[in-house]
Each structure stands twice: as structure tokens, then as C-alpha cells.
Design a protein around this ligand. Sequence first.
Ligand code: SF4
Ligand code: SF4
Length: 442
Amino acid sequence: MKVDNLTFKGGVHMHGYKELSNQRPITKAKDPSMVYIPLHQHIGAPCECIVAVGDEVKVGQKIGEAKAFVCAPVHSSVSGTVKEITRKLTPTGMMAETVVIENDGLDTLAYESQGKTLENSEPKEIISMVKEAGITGLGGASFPTHVKLSVPEDKKIDFVIINGAECEPYLTADQLSMETMPEKLLLGLALEMKAVNAPKGYVAVETNKPKAIEILRKEAEKHANIEVVSVKAKYPQGDEKRIIDAVVGRQVPSGGLPMDVGCVVSNVSSAIAIYNAVYENKPLYERIVTMTGHGIKEPQNLLVKNGTPLTELIEQAGGFVGNPGKVIMGGPMMGMAQTTLETAAIKGLGGLLILTEEEACTGDTTDCIKCGKCVSVCPVNLEPISIHKLALKERFEEAGSIYHALDCVECGSCSFICPAKRPLVESIRLAKREIRSLKQKS
Ligand code: SF4
Ligand code: SF4
């Protein structure tokens, strides 16, 4: 296999624990008897509810309409009856208007293919289909994809990069998708390239997924303008700006966007969802979720319907091993710890990680020993310890103006490496929030 081993400066090497689930095939999760679908699952404005209690709905039927540009519609994942419209907590910790639907088990579809393909669809049509399908960034950010593809006229896009790094430990949904759906993934990428008029596409995969690289390279032989490159297995290789740097050697400026350097970066599952939207007219109402960690009995990759209760997913993965120490939506580095399991799957749920009590106990925080490790691993060249000290003294303005706290991508590498177990990323996150609020006031 040709090894490019492209990378960036900084970052950390860690045990990936991918072996817990990366040999387990994607299996369809059991159909839930009731789904709880929030109408706000993305960055931007919430959707407006367009169904009422008692309505009959079908699989893929729109139940939440996007009234704002930065918003993505929401669709039913089952066929059945709307039982309740209420406010419920989502795994992101946010309260959202939620449509509760009783599943009739018939799986009656609300959509069928319109015969659209890469060849017969126009750029504006692709963007419109992406919007109608409710596609968002499925790597965790949940930014509406049609907004990302709506490039202003004064910007030129040279490259679309599929982020196949999946550098967060434990998560394997992207790896399985790359290995089993290479055709859909590359057609999804080609559709994105057409939408933004980009002449070249890349799929960047970490070297620890040789099977995915091999399969994708074979598939890429059908596409003259798509190249599959291997990037070094290092965290946070999958950060948008780091992957651009590694693959095309361009640096997104502080406060800038990938499109400022001619790039659009897309997640693996999002590109496959784009294929589904165009070729099958299928909205985004299900996704692959990695159920993993030493705190769950049977780690695996499940195809999960939006709105499925988390408790049902845990049950299907064999239940907890003893008492769980921590349940995290996503990976251990950038994921969100759950305070309750009374929530349901959303578009942004790519994994559910269950740590044991022993793993969740990180040990006591001690004084900084000035080892400088946090500085050497920071992929953005920040001084995490300096920002941390200023944040503790509530000197947020200086943390921003002198130490550029807002450039932190919250990757957590500094906290991970710190021998004194200082809560660096937590304090930097706080500093960023305070700096933004100070800016709004001034
Ligand atoms: S300061 Fe921010 S970007 Fe740098 S290592 Fe820490 S969390 Fe990552
Ligand atoms: S890694 Fe931890 S102990 Fe070392 S300088 Fe940074 S904060 Fe201090």
C-alpha cells in the first residue's frame, strides 16, 4: 500500500481502542416502538413543527420545516402516529421541541427515487436536495451542509476533502462506512465537488485503517479527479483545519473558514447522506452509531433511527458492565458527557461511549510542574497553561488578546498530556465563552 503519512505539527498519540468494534459489521438496530425526534438537532435556528398530535406520518416525511437559512429540516424515522409534541432534553444538553411518534412497524416510505444522478443534476439542484434531506455535519458539529455548500460568488473552491481520519479513540462508524459503502461515499464526494465547482477531491484516511484505504483506492479508479491519501494516525488529525494542512498544505487563518483557502471539508457519513439524498431522494433519518467502551457488554456498530431512546441502544449492545463510570456522546476527547439516559438518538450521535468507573476516575489534580508538554502538543501553537492561569484569575480579556484563546479548537490534547491533570481545556472553553460575551457587550 502506498503510504503518504501526511500530517500536521503537534497532536498526541494515544491508544485508539478501535479493536473493540471495528471488526463488528454494521447491523440494523431493532425498530423502536416510540421515537422522540427533536426539531433542533443542528447549529442554527430550530425547525418549525409542521405536524399535529394524531397525524399519521411515514418514514422520511418532513415533520420540522426549516424557516431560516442556517437550519436543517427534520424528518420522521418511522411510520405511525404523532402522540405528543413536547419539550425534551437532547444528548447535547439542550431542551428542544420534540415530536413523539408511535411506530406502526409498517415502515411505509414517504419518498422514492426521482432518478437523479451525478450526471443529470445541476449544482443548485444538489444543494437544494441536500437542504430538503436535512443533512448536517455528521462528525459532531451538526452544521447544516447546504450552508457549507453555498459558497459565496467571490470564493473559489479548489478542493473538497472527505475527512476519513476518525481520529477520536473508540469510534469506528466512519471506518465501517468507508469499507462497506465506497461507491456511495465517492459519488457523494463527486456530488459535493459538482455543487461547489471544485476540480479535485480527496479522501483522507488515517494509516491505521489500511483496509478502508485499499477499498477506496480501488473505487477511486472510477473517478479521474478523486484521490485517496493516507494521513498519520495522530489526534486531532480529523480537525478540519489540521486535515486541510495535512492534505493540501494550506493554513486556514485565525478566525477564518476552510473556504477562505479554497477548501470544503466533509464528514464520511455526510457524504454518504448526500448520495442517498440525490440518488434515492432519501432524507437523513438514520445513521450509523458506534456503541463502544469497556463499560458495555457487546460493542458494535448499529444503524440507528433518529429518535431511538438511548436506553434501547444500550440494551441492544448487551447492557452495562457493572456500574457505568461515564456515558459520552461521541469520543472521549471531544464528546459530551451525558447527565441522563432519558434522551434519544439525534443526527449528531455518531457514537455512544461507556467508560467503566475505573476509567472515568482521572485522579487528583496537582500543581503545574512547568514541563511544557501542553504547549508542545497544541496543534494551534497556543500556550494552554498561560490561558488556563489567566482564566483561573478571570483575566479573560488578556487570555484572548495576548494568548489567542479563541483559536483553541477544544481538542483536549493539552489536558490529555498534562501529568498534573490540570483541567486545561475546560478552563480555556470557559475563557472563550467569556471573551465572546465581552465582545458582544462592547
Ligand atoms: S489549547 Fe485548545 S487547541 Fe490547544 S491543545 Fe488545548 S484544547 Fe487543543
Ligand atoms: S502539561 Fe500540565 S504540568 Fe506541564 S506545563 Fe502544561 S499545565 Fe503544567
